[in-house]
Design a protein around this ligand. Structure first.
Ligand code: ADP
Ligand code: MG
Length: 211
């Protein structure tokens, strides 16, 4: 089944709700190895997105994704906001001009989002960042697409891979971002950005499964 603009908006609204519900959790994770603002940053950004959403209701999925990206870049300070903003903008660019998205388009958008984060932040797998959740998620989505899974299954597998990736950050020593200032003391804590990435992918999978 094709993903419409309305489906894309449903995902963004669900993502905003997920972020609001997990704001305290994300900020608590960031308190351990950062500056205790990741949940608040993300919540502020998605609240601004919700205010702007009504203006794009008649346009394409790409327009929605680009609006989210531009709003997150403009409204969220720190590293996380601009990185997520880039992710959403690149996802939008990847599906530019399409009225609806087939599963291959959605997977291409996810891959473009990851590429945007990596190009901007220069983190690799193992640096203890959101890249540790997003990279296996994109790989799982691509593998599922290739074997002909439907969209809900593809995204379910991506979310599960993101969960493992998120958990893999716990023992790591951070090499990028604020947590890297802690050196060895960053080990033993789950990365906040990897956690928000998992939560966003889990939300995307849930929305796909419910339509
Ligand atoms: P800040 O670190 O500026 O306070 P946030 O707290 O909102 O910003 O976001 C922190 C998260 O951003 C980290 O947990 C990590 O996952 C992610 N992050 C930081 N630097 C990078 C980077 N260079 N590449 C990818 N992700 C990064
Ligand atoms: Mg922070």
């Amino acid at each position: 089944m094709a993903t419409t603009t309305a489906d894309t908006i449903r995902f963004v609204e669900a993502a905003a709700a997920t972020i609001a519900e997990n704001s305290t959790y994300l900020t608590r994770l960031d308190a351990a190895i950062g500056d205790a603002d990741h949940g608040a940053n993300m919540e502020r950004g998605f609240r601004a997105v919700l205010e702007k959403l009504p203006g794009v209701a008649e346009k394409t999925p790409a327009d929605v994704l680009k609006l989210v990206g531009m709003t997150l870049v403009a409204r969220v300070g720190g590293a996380g906001g601009p990185l997520y903003g880039t992710a959403f903008m690149q996802a939008g660019m990847a599906v530019q001009g399409k009225g609806t998205l087939d599963p291959a388009d959605v997977v291409a958008a996810l891959a473009a989002a990851l590429k945007g984060v990596v190009n901007r932040g220069k983190a690799e797998v193992g640096d203890k960042t959101m890249v540790d959740a997003l990279t296996p998620a994109v790989a799982a989505a691509q593998a599922a697409l290739e074997q002909g899974d439907d969209l809900a299954t593809i995204l379910g597998k991506a979310a599960e891979a993101a969960r493992s990736g998120m958990e893999s950050t716990i023992p790591l020593v951070a090499r990028k971002g604020r947590a890297s200032y802690l050196g060895e003391r960053s080990a033993g804590h789950q990365d906040p950005g990897a956690t928000s990435s998992y939560l966003l992918l889990k939300t995307l999978a849930a929305v796909a499964a419910s339509t």
